[in-house]
Design a protein around this ligand. Structure first.
Ligand code: ZN
Length: 435
């Protein structure tokens, strides 16, 4: 790394503190503000799509903004105030201004029985509802306070926009690697300020280099943003084979990685190599249909093998989706470590050598090109049970423009330089092309 590690760590801390207080959601002013802050790190393209736009089976929701929200007791004493924590108001709550008694109010209060100090994160994106989240201690306090309670939510829905960002690093090859992260969570550090910042810093590092592949960095609100992004960039997204969703990379627990939908894909193999190289004791999370934006990228139409390296993966730490996922849980040094892991991973990916067979319909007639033995036994040299002729046919069979030579070499159990030599021969004969 060109910058000193201590400086990067400081920068991480600076941006954690700057971005943490913002009330991000699917849409809204603080989403734009967050992207503008990221623009200090990389020249992000900030884009928007209008409320009501159809994106496949989804519709871009109205823009939601909130300026204040609170609950007062009978004497006007403040019991809960949105100013103290963004998580206090259920995301996308509709406006409210009324007096409620305890049985009415308690139905709209969300807390965690098991952790009396934590405020849970709740949203009501598509239900036109409202609610308050609070700790069990706060809940008990309200219960003891005199009602009726004045409940105010000063929020508005309008026909506005959903904002997102992207940034393309052009490499020698037009082939793209997808790197996606989401920024719809308010005031939680691991989920997903950590992913947001590691992505931006990774893009900044990569931008300084001459790269082999092109890299598409995507910053979207989770799910709806990824769906919209796929819709708006369908042609390009359909050409991508491998990607990463950067999320929950800054916690205090173990590293882990969520495998892409094809567990044998080279992206998973590389991640395991990196985690082993760094001597990390890591957890493997097999691909699951529950998760982040890899759900969209892995859908039938796109089939991008998208994996995630995590440090305290979403769902799997006790502070997850609560007010305890805060700036004492995530530190600049954890982010720095994750940045280094992702950097090493990208270095590995940069080393991929990928070929594609030029004619895809049936086999080439190899004998007229002198690539097929005239008599049985012409190619005597055996490589792990394969003759040279076998390797030629395997290479033509496996070179789909996605699999790299390391992958093919370990699949066949044949040394990479042997494979590479034959590859060059096939390129000279105009049967394969390098991607
Ligand atoms: Zn989340």
């Amino acid at each position: 790394m060109e910058m000193k590690e201590s400086e990067i760590k400081k920068e991480f801390t600076h941006y954690l503190e700057k971005l943490f207080p913002l009330n991000r959601s699917l849409t809204g002013k603080d989403n734009i503000k967050s992207l503008r802050i990221l623009k200090e790190i990389i020249p992000l393209n900030i884009k928007k799509i209008r409320s009501g736009s159809k994106v496949y089976d989804w519709t871009i929701p109205k823009e939601w903004n909130i300026s204040d929200a609170y609950i007062l007791d009978k004497n006007g004493e403040v019991l809960i105030s949105h100013k103290n924590n963004n998580l206090h108001v259920v995301g996308y709550s509709k406006p409210m201004n009324s007096f409620l008694n305890w049985p009415e109010l308690k139905k709209k209060l969300f807390y965690l029985e098991e952790n009396k100090k934590a405020i849970p994160y709740r949203t009501s994106y598509y239900n036109n509802d409202w609610g308050f989240s609070l700790s069990k201690n706060e809940y008990d306090k309200i219960k003891r306070s005199p009602g009726p309670y004045k409940v105010v939510i000063d929020s508005e829905f309008k026909n506005g926009v959903l904002t997102y960002g992207d940034f393309l690093i052009r490499g020698n090859s037009k082939r793209e690697i997808l790197i996606s992260t989401y920024f719809c969570h308010p005031s939680m550090a691991n989920d997903n300020l950590s992913g947001l910042l590691v992505s931006a810093f990774l893009a900044r590092e990569l931008k300084k280099k001459k790269t082999k592949w092109s890299y598409r960095f995507v910053f979207v609100p989770e799910t709806i943003g990824a769906v919209a992004y796929c819709k708006l960039n369908e042609k390009k997204m359909k050409k991508i084979d491998a990607g990463l969703v950067i999320t929950t990379v800054g916690g205090q627990g173990k590293y882990g990685y969520k495998q892409s939908w094809d567990k044998d894909h080279q992206i998973n193999i590389e991640i395991e190599k990196i985690l082993k190289k760094y001597n990390e004791d890591f957890i493997i999370y097999p691909f699951s249909i529950r998760g982040s934006d890899e759900r969209q990228y892995s859908s039938q139409g796109f089939k991008i093998n998208t994996a995630s390296i995590t440090k305290d993966k979403y769902f799997n730490y006790k502070e997850y989706h609560t007010s305890l996922d805060n700036l004492s849980f995530v530190t600049g040094s954890n982010l720095l470590k994750s940045l280094k892991l992702y950097n090493s991973l990208l270095k590995k990916i940069e080393g991929w050598e990928i070929y594609e067979v030029k004619m895809k319909n049936c086999e080439y007639m190899l004998s007229k090109r002198k690539l097929y033995p005239k008599l049985g036994g012409s190619y005597k040299e055996m490589n792990n049970g394969h003759t040279t002729s076998d390797i030629i046919q395997w290479l033509l069979h496996l070179s789909d423009g996605k699999k790299n030579l390391d992958f093919i070499s370990s699949k066949l159990g044949v040394k990479k330089n042997k494979i590479k030599k034959i590859c060059k021969l096939l390129v000279n004969k105009n049967l394969l092309k390098e991607i």
